[in-house]
Design a protein around this ligand. Structure first.
Ligand code: KG4
Ligand code: ZN
Length: 355
């Protein structure tokens, strides 16, 4: 069985073909980094227009890479939540069109669940039940993942996502977009103890939420003081940039590691899965694996190529297809993360623990 998976939640246009045995026959990712670079972040209107231009060529290229035609497809899966509304719609409409044309089932994929499922793809073992940590440009959240169909939100960022903080701080330091990889590079030459940046909510052990906006402000004040909003005339030395990058990265990593292991303690689970763009960060990967060894926790971090947005992780659709969870053609997009049980609009598989 061949499933075409589409991923257009933000600024990557991606398609893949996976089989029901989780073999990857093709994968194509068209990135828009060059379009958003000068803004220091993703501009939604530009993102959705570029999705529209790229979706059909990307699907075409993916089928060509797999050596398949449309007639060889058994189903089409599409990420319909969460993400930018305009971008999500492009993928959804393309998926519906293919399902109508080929008379094959439509499968809905939750983008965040897919980020966690990227860990499952890198191992022959089952990874469920586990704690899932998703760290990306738009999300930083912890889930109790009972199985590939049941995810319960344990905590999330109350302001910025970790990746967003990486991108914004990189801009302040004059480093190129996307900020995550450039901060990581600069941090290699820096001292992580040089600046005592804050670790928000870490003392509140029961709480599994994150907050990165105070950290971002602390970097800003360190660079320019509280009254300046413009950084253009501030010249930082290479050492200052490296030390600030390393100190900022260490503060983010401290918070992520601390809360992930707090979630394991609170849930009693012994498996941790980590996905999303920021999971590509080498310092985070090293710290997680040291901590997992120390605490005898089974750790699965998505392979670097499956951390940033891609359609291969949409292979979670195989689990939904196996469970008979296909969608009607009136399926909609859900841009926000659904936090409560909402019978009509909630994407399947999402519940929020009432606190
Ligand atoms: O998962 P993703 O591709 O998109 C979203 O779903 O948001 O994540 C993109 C984010 C960006 O903020 C980028 O700066 C960050 O992941 N990122 C990194 C690294 N590589 C990408 N952050 C830290 N270290 C990295 N090596
Ligand atoms: Zn993502």
């Amino acid at each position: 069985m061949n499933i075409l998976t589409l991923e257009t939640t933000c600024d990557e246009t991606a398609a893949a073909v996976v089989t029901d045995r989780l073999e990857v026959l093709a994968s194509v990712v068209a990135s828009q980094d060059e379009l958003h670079e000068r803004f220091g972040g993703v501009v939604p209107e530009i993102a959705s227009r570029a999705q529209l231009e790229r979706i059909l060529p990307v699907i075409h290229q993916t089928l060509e890479q797999a050596g398949l035609s449309l007639d060889d497809l058994s189903a089409v899966a599409v990420a319909n939540t969460p993400g930018l509304a305009g971008s999500l719609l492009v993928g959804l409409v393309a998926a519906k069109m293919l399902c109508v044309a080929q008379t094959i089932p439509l499968i809905a994929v939750n983008h965040l669940q897919a980020h966690i499922y990227a860990c499952r793809l890198a191992t022959w073992d089952d990874v469920f039940p586990c704690v899932g940590l998703i760290v990306s440009g738009g999300h930083t959240s912890l889930y109790r993942c009972e199985d590939p169909l049941r995810f319960e939100l344990l905590g999330a960022t109350i302001d910025d996502a970790a990746g967003e903080a990486f991108d914004k701080v990189a801009t302040m330091l004059g480093l190129p977009y996307p900020g995550g990889p450039s901060i990581q590079r600069a941090a290699e030459r820096g001292n992580p103890d040089a600046y005592p940046f804050p670790r928000a909510l870490m003392k509140d052990e029961d709480r599994l939420d994150f907050s990165f906006s105070g950290l971002k402000t602390a970097v800003r004040y360190t660079i320019a003081g509280p009254d300046r909003t413009d950084f253009t005339n501030i010249k930082l030395t290479e050492r200052q940039v490296a030390d600030m990058a390393a100190s900022f990265q260490e503060a983010v990593v401290d918070c992520l590691v601390d809360k992930a292991f707090a979630a394991l303690r609170q849930t009693g689970l012994r498996v941790l899965c980590v996905g999303g763009g920021v999971a590509a960060n080498t310092r985070l990967r090293r710290r997680l694996s040291e901590e997992a060894n120390r605490r005898n926790v089974q750790l699965h971090i998505a392979p670097t190529r499956l951390c940033t947005d891609n359609a291969v992780m949409g292979a979670i659709a195989v689990e939904r297809l196996r469970a008979g969870l296909t969608e009607d053609l009136d399926l909609d997009v859900y841009p926000g993360v659904v936090r409560t049980k909402m019978p009509v609009t909630a994407p399947p598989g999402w519940t929020r623990r009432v606190r």
